[in-house]
Design a binder for this molecule. Structure first.
Ligand code: CP
Ligand code: NVA
Length: 307
C-alpha cells in the first residue's frame, strides 16, 4: 500500500500507528535497539528543501536497522528527462520503499502507479500526511484523547491544512479553519472530509474561531514554491497570526502547534512559540517516532499480511 493521502489509512490503522509510535518513542528513550527493517532500503527523493522530514526519515531507517538514500532530482537522471514512470519502476526493483517530497502531487501518483513498493508522500502541494500522523500522536500524548476536541487552523488553508482536515474528520475532532477569502483549503478534500462525517467550518474570524479551542495550529504564509506571491500573501494573511491574544481566547490548556519551519512575527509570534501551551518542538520530535511506525507498517515483515 502507498501513503500518499492521509485518507489512505483507516482510522483504526492510524490509531495503531500512534500506538506503535509511542512504543518506539519509549524504546528509543530506554536505548532499546530495534531491527524491524534490517537490510531494507528507503529511497528519498526531495524536489524541495527539508530539515525535519529528511532527517527523521533517514535517522528512522537507521534506528530500525535499515538504510535510507537521499536523492536529489537534479543529480538523478530524472533531472535530465528520464520519466517518472521509468524512475518508479527502476527504483522499486532496488529498494523497499520510496519517499518523495514533490512539487506536484500528480508526480507522486504517477510514481506510485509505476512502483511495486510503497510510495510515501513526504509533502506535496496538496497534502502532508506524515506531518498529520505526528500531529495526532502529539495531541493524543498531551490530551490523552483525540475525539471530541476542537481543532482550530489559523492562516493559509494549505497542504498541511488539507491533511489535517482529513485527520480531524477521521479521528472525530471538530475543525474550524480561519482563513481569508481565497485561502480556503482544497475544496475537493473539504468535501471528502465532510463526506467522512467531518465537522468542518470555514470562517474569516480567527478570534471567534479560537474561542474554546483545544488546539491552535498554524503554518507559514508562504509555502515552498509560492515565493513570487509573497507580498500579496503578506497583505492578505496579516490578521491570521497565532499570538498571545488568540491563545488567551482558547481553552486555558490549549495546545499551540506548528509543523515548522516557523517565521516568527509572521504567522506566529515568538512568545506564542515559547508559551507553556506550545508543544511545537515535541511535535517536531514526534515526526521521527511516527515515521518509524509508518515505515514498519509499510516496509516491515508484517506489511504483506496487513496490506
Ligand atoms: N514540517 C516539515 O515537514 O519540515 P521540513 O520541511 O523541515 O521537512
Ligand atoms: N506549507 C509548507 C509546509 C512546510 C513543511 C510548505 O509547503 O512549504
Amino acid at each position: 500500500m502507498h501513503f500518499i493521502s492521509f485518507a489512505d489509512m483507516s482510522p483504526a490503522e492510524i490509531e495503531a500507528l500512534i500506538d506503535r509510535a509511542e512504543d518506539l518513542k519509549r524504546m528509543r528513550r530506554e536505548g532499546v535497539i530495534t531491527d524491524y527493517l534490517k537490510n531494507r532500503s528507503l529511497a528519498m527523493i526531495f524536489e524541495k528543501s527539508s530539515t525535519r522530514t529528511r532527517v527523521s526519515f533517514e535517522v528512522g531507517m537507521t534506528d530500525l536497522g535499515g538504510h535510507a538514500l537521499y536523492l536529489d532530482p537534479a543529480s538523478m537522471q530524472l533531472g535530465r528527462g528520464e520519466t517518472v514512470a521509468d524512475t518508479g519502476r527502476i527504483l522499486s526493483s532496488y529498494v523497499h520503499g520510496i519517499m518523495v517530497r514533490a512539487n506536484d502531487h500528480d508526480m507522486l501518483i504517477e510514481l506510485a502507479k509505476n512502483s511495486t513498493v510503497p510510495v510515501i508522500n513526504g509533502l506535496s502541494d496538496r497534502e502532508h500526511p506524515c506531518q498529520a500522523v505526528a500531529d495526532l500522536m502529539t495531541i493524543r500524548e498531551q490530551k490523552g484523547k483525540i475525539k471530541g476536541l476542537k481543532f482550530v487552523w489559523v492562516g493559509d488553508g494549505n497542504n498541511v491544512c488539507n491533511s489535517l482536515m482529513l485527520a480531524c474528520a477521521m479521528m472525530g475532532m471538530e475543525m474550524v479553519v480561519a482563513c481569508p477569502k481565497g485561502y480556503e483549503p482544497n475544496q475537493q478534500i473539504l468535501e471528502q472530509a465532510r463526506s467522512m462525517g467531518g465537522n468542518i467550518t470555514i470562517t474569516r474570524d480567527p478570534k471567534a474561531a479560537s474561542k474554546d479551542a483545544d488546539v491552535l495550529y498554524t503554518d507559514v504564509w508562504v509555502s515552498m514554491g509560492q515565493e513570487a506571491e509573497r507580498a500579496q500573501r503578506f497583505a492578505d494573511l496579516r490578521d491570521y497570526q497565532i499570538n498571545m491574544e488568540l491563545v488567551g481566547l482558547a481553552k486555558k490548556d490549549c495546545l499551540v502547534m506548528h509543523c515548522l519551519p516557523a517565521h516568527r512575527g509572521e504567522e506566529i509570534t515568538d512568545d506564542a512559540i515559547r508559551s507553556p501551551n506550545s508543544v511545537i518542538f515535541e511535535q517536531a520530535q514526534n515526526r521521527l517516532h511516527a515515521q518509524k511506525a509508518l515505515l514498519i507498517r509499510l516496509m516491515g515483515k508484517d506489511a504483506r499480511t496487513q496490506a
